[in-house]
Design a protein around this ligand. Structure first.
Ligand code: ZN
Length: 311
């Protein structure tokens, strides 16, 4: 069993409009945009990152907004909801805020004894806020969201699968243990991990496969401290028969990827070097930062391809 993986690092999803996406995560949810860059493989598309003050691993929601992308269809073989942690007692405030902003799909529920509020993002993206008693992370505040209610980072992610067997075994290999069940949902905990250390597997044997599109999670990334521990994890996964990519430089972290048996794309990402490596932490996410191989495209990207994000 691996000990290097410490919980979630980031979750990356697809969107249809960069400006709507940006407004939702900053103005409605109150997160900080910590990086404005482009997709390495499709530089005419933004890669937007939202999180706490510095984009601490375990707080970072990222998006590829493809203009006019068709909406995805929920189903099996995907991350079915991304869940943020908020303080106990905060959900009634959020419920009112969501009503004010016309947020869709708002619904209260209890999951494993914890109160949560489900809601949908601008492309039908499935999210929830979960009240958490012991989350000591310092939140980003502003846009009318004060520290007593603000999002702390990720609480967990839900994966919806036709069969959870192989994914459960994989999570255990990655250092997670099964701790609780509620109906067809099984909860896994990375004991000793960061504050984003829970994964819930929901089994729906007859669900049809998800179709990826705007509002779908593209991949989910787990955190390791550094490149040395990432190489240890890569070797262990390869030795167990997983097809894992070589480490790829993503400018703000190093990444390896592999497709899991349930259909979800997993990434293992390093906590180093972080989002303040190329801009002052007081101004994170303000300027358009380009990977060096795309630097020569700046003028075309800024004038023709990337819609302006005002704030
Ligand atoms: Zn990623």
């Amino acid at each position: 069993m691996l000990t290097q993986i410490k919980g979630l690092h980031h979750v990356t999803s697809l969107a249809s409009s960069a400006s709507e996406n940006n407004a939702f995560f900053t103005k409605v949810l109150g997160l900080r945009r910590v990086k404005k860059t482009v997709n390495f493989d499709a530089p005419n598309v933004y890669h937007l990152y939202y999180g706490d003050e510095l984009g601490t691993p375990g707080t970072v929601m990222t998006y590829f907004p493809f203009p006019n992308a068709r909406r995805g269809r929920p189903g099996a073989g995907e991350v079915s909801a991304t869940v943020f942690s908020v303080p106990e007692g905060a959900l009634s405030w959020w419920s009112e805020r969501f009503a004010t902003f016309g947020v869709a799909g708002v619904k209260s529920e209890i999951r494993m004894g914890e109160k949560r509020l489900r809601f949908l993002g601008p492309d039908g993206d499935a999210f929830a806020l979960s009240e958490t008693a012991d989350d000591s992370r310092t939140p980003w505040t502003g846009n009318g969201v004060s520290a007593d209610v603000a999002i702390r980072g990720f609480h967990s992610a839900d994966m919806r699968l036709q069969d959870k067997g192989a994914s459960a075994e994989l999570l255990k290999f990655m250092g997670y243990s099964e701790i609780e069940k509620q109906g067809n949902i099984t909860r896994f905990l990375r004991e000793g991990g960061n504050d984003a250390r829970l994964i819930d597997l929901e089994t729906l044997p007859l669900a049809s496969a998800a179709e990826q599109g705007a509002g779908s999670v593209h991949h989910i990334a787990f955190a390791v401290e550094n490149r040395a521990t990432q190489l240890e994890v890569r070797k262990a996964l390869l030795d167990t028969g997983w097809q894992v990519t070589p480490p790829i430089d993503r400018d703000y972290f190093w990444a390896i990827y592999f497709r899991t048996p349930g259909g979800v794309l997993f990434e293992i990402a390093t906590n180093e070097p972080g989002f303040d490596r190329d801009e002052d932490s007081a101004h994170l996410g303000e300027a358009l930062k380009l990977p060096k191989q795309h630097a020569h495209l700046r003028e075309a990207l800024e004038t023709r391809y990337l819609e302006p994000l005002n704030d």
